[in-house]
Design a protein around this ligand. Structure first.
Ligand code: MG
Length: 164
């Protein structure tokens, strides 16, 4: 069984991952409404991946014969100014999530919970990737600037992202 402290922290992280999923779904709607179907599709895939992250925590808690208690989600932001603002928000959000994962790891070390440390290693690697990807898209958007045709090309490129 998990300690109460770890159990509570992992339940909290299910909520955080579900909130990420919800936020990216909201961003997907914004992109679709802004006539950027490729961006919308990318965000929808991203939203689905966040749900799988939540499910990893969900399954892990049960695997440790402990109690899953789902938390309430808050309303995600629904209005954005531009694709650039959107991806800056993504990067900021992922940095926050990295901080949460690191804090969970520290807690698992403090509690001497070795299996939880091992489980969290996957997330530490995943967060590196999430921040790298968001940073790369911001770079591309910086190059695109106010160039409409270049934005459409980037939209096509993002449409190619398939669900893992
Ligand atoms: Mg995640």
């Amino acid at each position: 069984m998990l300690s109460k402290t770890i159990q509570d922290a992992l339940n909290e992280q299910i909520k955080n991952e579900m909130f990420s999923s919800y936020l990216y779904l909201s961003m997907s709607a914004y992109c679709a409404e802004s006539s950027l179907p490729g961006f919308a599709s990318w965000m929808r895939v991203q939203s689905g991946e966040e749900q799988t992250h939540a499910m990893k925590f969900f399954s892990y808690i049960l695997e440790r014969n402990s109690h899953v208690e789902l938390q309430a989600l808050v309303k995600p932001q629904s209005k954005f100014k531009s694709p650039m603002e959107l991806f800056k928000h993504v990067l900021d959000h992922e940095k926050k999530v990295t901080g949460m994962i690191n804090a969970l790891y520290e807690l698992a070390v403090k509690e001497k919970d070795y299996p939880t440390q091992i489980m969290l290693e996957w997330f530490i690697t995943e967060q590196l990737e999430e921040e790298k990807t968001a940073g790369e898209i911001i770079q591309l958007l910086t190059m695109v600037g106010e160039n409409g045709p270049a934005l459409l090309m980037l939209d096509r490129q993002l449409a190619a992202r398939a669900a893992k």
